[in-house]
Design a protein around this ligand. Structure first.
Ligand code: TRP
Length: 455
């Protein structure tokens, strides 16, 4: 059990457990569901290039900063800032993180619920004998209905809560480490089928050939948001996780390995989707949030053993979503248990019920509540935008400023070198990035996008 303070907190055990848990948090719907449709709406190759540079120059430094804060303080996100910077305003980052966690959990569970429904459809052979138009129609009927999507969302939130309840070591580590290699294998299989479909080459061109005319400040902010969302950074999920890391973990290597794994999975998802999409004559910007659910069944139908592959794929995707959602829920639960001394059981219950309540509005965004829009965006898109493109980058900005300008240099060095155990090879690059490049870059991207949003 993860309780109150210091000494008896739970922790991750093996080296693979640590990387797997952090990678489990990063790899999820963000890579496989969100990445392809955002790329599709943002014009393809140029977006990909910007996204990759953001991961490298901003994402990895923010992730490492979160690791440094979390393992130094060994507290939940809010408590960590209070521990390192008592009597200051810095813990406000923690508060923003809790808000972001709720918002993300709400809309994340919508899509995770869709994934569970598609597990069911795969089992019941629901794609068989349907053409592209019918598969799209089937998805849209489901998406705009009331009972089924809510039902699956509730199941997903309950599953997340159940894992959270079983505690850190037994829960997270056990579930994270076994299954992700299988997901990788399946994505490779799907990618191979996708690029061998007739007319698929255009999809690769779309994904990899940059057309810089497509870039504007909104697209660039979108790339930033996608990078942060996919890497699980900017709201303290990785501060919370790294608070459970043992002292011997090499934080820089872990940040690098997790980010590389995350990017590889996203690009593979892109290769699985876009060629197939062009092959069935769908335009990249057409899919929206339903993209993978409309396109992938077409691929399953054209692959030997597609019945089994579709079952395995959606199950693994649901599990990838679970290992991510537990890292989101854990932020809130660790906060409630450590700061208010609430029992883990009740903290989990309160979090799950509130997330389900907000989640209900997200899930009904295409159906019962589709009339409610803000600036042309439905509730789901609004919350996704607010969390991914505003709260996470803002949180990331404050986090790097905190580590770069506020924290004691010696503490940062100690965490990065495990108290002098290994050489600080990347220290100066890292310090330069978090003090100057990352804050300035994020600020500029924001200001630009706000300027555009106003016109
Ligand atoms: N990164 C996860 C994904 O790609 C989602 C996620 C988990 C997340 N924890 C997070 C996103 C913290 C933002 C912040 O699916």
């Amino acid at each position: 059990m993860s309780t109150g303070t210091g000494g008896n907190r739970d922790g991750f055990t093996s080296k693979f457990g640590i990387v797997a848990a952090a990678a489990g948090s990063a790899i999820g719907l963000g890579n496989i569901w969100r990445f392809p449709y955002v790329v599709g709406e943002s014009g393809g190759g140029a977006f990909l290039l910007v996204y990759l540079s953001f991961v490298l120059l901003l994402g990895i430094p923010v992730m490492l900063s979160e690791f440094i804060i979390g393992r130094k303080a060994k507290r939940n996100t809010f408590g960590a800032f209070r521990e390192i910077a008592p009597k200051t305003w810095w813990p406000i980052i923690g508060v923003m993180g809790i808000v972001a966690a709720f918002v993300i959990l709400a809309f994340y569970s919508t899509i995770a619920g869709w994934t569970l429904h598609y597990v069911y459809l795969s089992f019941s052979n629901g794609f068989q004998g349907r053409d592209t138009a019918e598969l799209t129609h089937m998805f849209e009927l489901f998406q705009t209905s009331t009972f089924l999507p809510l039902f699956w969302q509730l199941i997903f939130i309950t599953l997340t809560a159940a894992i959270i309840l079983s505690g850190v070591k037994k829960g997270i580590e056990k579930y994270s480490k076994i299954l992700m290699p299988f997901l990788l294998l399946l994505l490779i299989t799907l990618s191979i089928r996708s690029v061998t479909l007739p007319g698929s080459f255009e999809g690769l061109v779309f994904l990899f050939k940059p057309d810089f005319g497509k870039l504007d400040s909104g697209v660039i902010l979108g790339a930033l948001g996608q990078a942060f969302f996919s890497l699980s950074i900017g709201m303290g999920a990785l501060i919370t996780y790294s608070s459970y890391f043992p002292d011997r973990t090499n934080l820089s290597n872990t940040a690098f390995e997790v980010s590389v794994a995350d990017v590889i999975i996203a690009i593979l998802a892109g290769i699985a989707i876009f060629p197939a999409m062009f092959s069935i004559g769908m335009l990249p910007e057409q899919g929206g949030a339903g993209l993978i659910f409309m396109v992938l069944p077409n691929v399953f139908l054209q692959i030997p053993g597609g019945y089994f592959i579709s079952i395995a794929f959606f199950i693994l995707l649901a599990i990838a979503a679970l290992t991510s959602s537990i890292s989101i829920m854990e932020v809130v639960v660790a906060f409630l248990t450590e700061e208010f001394n609430i029992k883990r059981k009740y903290a989990t219950l309160v979090t799950a019920v509130s997330a389900a309540f907000v989640g209900l509005f997200c899930t009904l965004s295409w159906g019962a509540f589709k009339g409610i829009t803000i600036g042309g965006k439905n509730i789901f898109d609004t919350l996704d935008f607010a969390a991914s493109n505003i709260l996470l980058p803002l949180g990331g900005l404050l986090i790097v400023v905190f580590v770069g300008w506020y924290m004691r240099n010696s503490d940062v060095k100690d965490e990065m070198s495990n108290n002098g155990l290994f050489k600080l090879r990347i220290y100066f690059i890292f310090r330069f990035l978090i003090r100057f490049i990352a804050p300035v870059a994020i600020a500029i991207i924001f200001l630009n996008a706000i300027g555009i949003l106003r016109t």
